[in-house]
Ligand binder design. Sequence first.
Ligand code: PMP
Length: 449
Amino acid sequence: MSGRPASHLFYQGRGRKPVLEQARGVYMWDVDGKRYLDGSSGAMVCNIGHGNDRVLAAMRAQMDKATFGYRLHFETEASERLATKTAGLMPPGLNRVFFVSGGSEAVESALKLARQYALAVGQAQRWKVISRFPSYHGATLGALAVTGYAPMTAPFDPMMRPMPKIPAPRAYLDGLDPEDPATGRHYADMLETKIMEEGPETVLAFIVEPVGGASTGALVPPAGYLQRVREICDRHGVLMITDEVMTGAGRTGAFLATDHWGVPPDIIVLSKGYAAGYVPLGAMVAHERLVEPVLDSGGFIHGYTYAGNPLACAAGLAVLDEIEREGLIGNAAAMGERLRARLDGLMQKYPFIGDVRGKGLLLAFEFVSDRASMAPLPPEAKAFDRFVQIAYEQGLIVYARRTRGGYSGDHILVCPPMIVTDAHLDEITEGLDRSLAQFADELATRAMT
Ligand code: PMP
């Protein structure tokens, strides 16, 4: 890698990565022929695996017809069909679909639709969007304003309108029982307290990742939490927006994470698994009750050039068809339970794993220096970076984060594509075990636990 010429391309830093040659199913190969098992589906994106023939065929068929039609000039069959299909997968009334090209755009769209709804119904004083910390809702300034993740937000604070935040329900850190409904009430009531502090007439919406993503490491809400959040929102006329960018399209073992608890939000945002990495695509799905007044009041003042792109929509449609045809949501639920049991086994073996959590195939484990206190590993250990590197060298891709801003902890997300088999789970578990053993040696050498 070191002998390569300098790149004109840049992302986060100067480090170079292996060059991807091919990807198929759960595997990826670099140009040197090294094989990787994609244990995180990229960034929890490639839910149906790589190189799916039926999706590629659907994309080719659409490419032969048209790859672009500007939404203000043409409707396309692909976007119409995907909107109808998507609406059919949503709770009743959530049947208005607005296409975008990614998660951040979907979140921006949700915030703006919520605001325009308030204006349309004569509630111009409502503009505050409450969210949680930690949380991640996207990199654009609007989405970042509701993101609770200081390492990414702090440099841009002066450029954003501060939005109120409440703690995410990390019962495992607070020593509370997540199965006890009192725990769910405890955290949900923080929303009501915040609404009262801010002045209920000023609060527009609450945005929440129903099962936490990268920021909290697959945080599952405690019993009754989402139901009570819904009640609180209703009581104060606050819209409930669920960010299902990572959880949507089946990853947690239900099409929407909120389906597990039967809680219907007002607006849902989807991306990642929605087109499973085949093309950039996302959607904001809103209740008709919100969209109608906005359209009556002159229309939604928002939109992106690539919205409803026919190639993207054809790919999205083929992905949803594939999920259905292959029963991948059921597989995510079943395989998720088995993988979870394997991770629990690894926790028995490695004392520096302090928690295993998640739902379906959105799973994570968290490193600690002491299980009793759940104290994190020291930041100098750069545990999440190092562990990802070790696994990568072994040919296993996992996704990791260190969550700062109130709490320091390293969590590793293990989220393979929803097509995984038992044999893949064996391979993932062995890869993790080998990587954890090496990581344990390194920790011991550096006396970090
Ligand atoms: N919301 C959530 C929950 C996410 O996980 C992400 C991406 N990690 C986003 C929003 C932003 O999506 P994108 O990176 O596609 O803009």
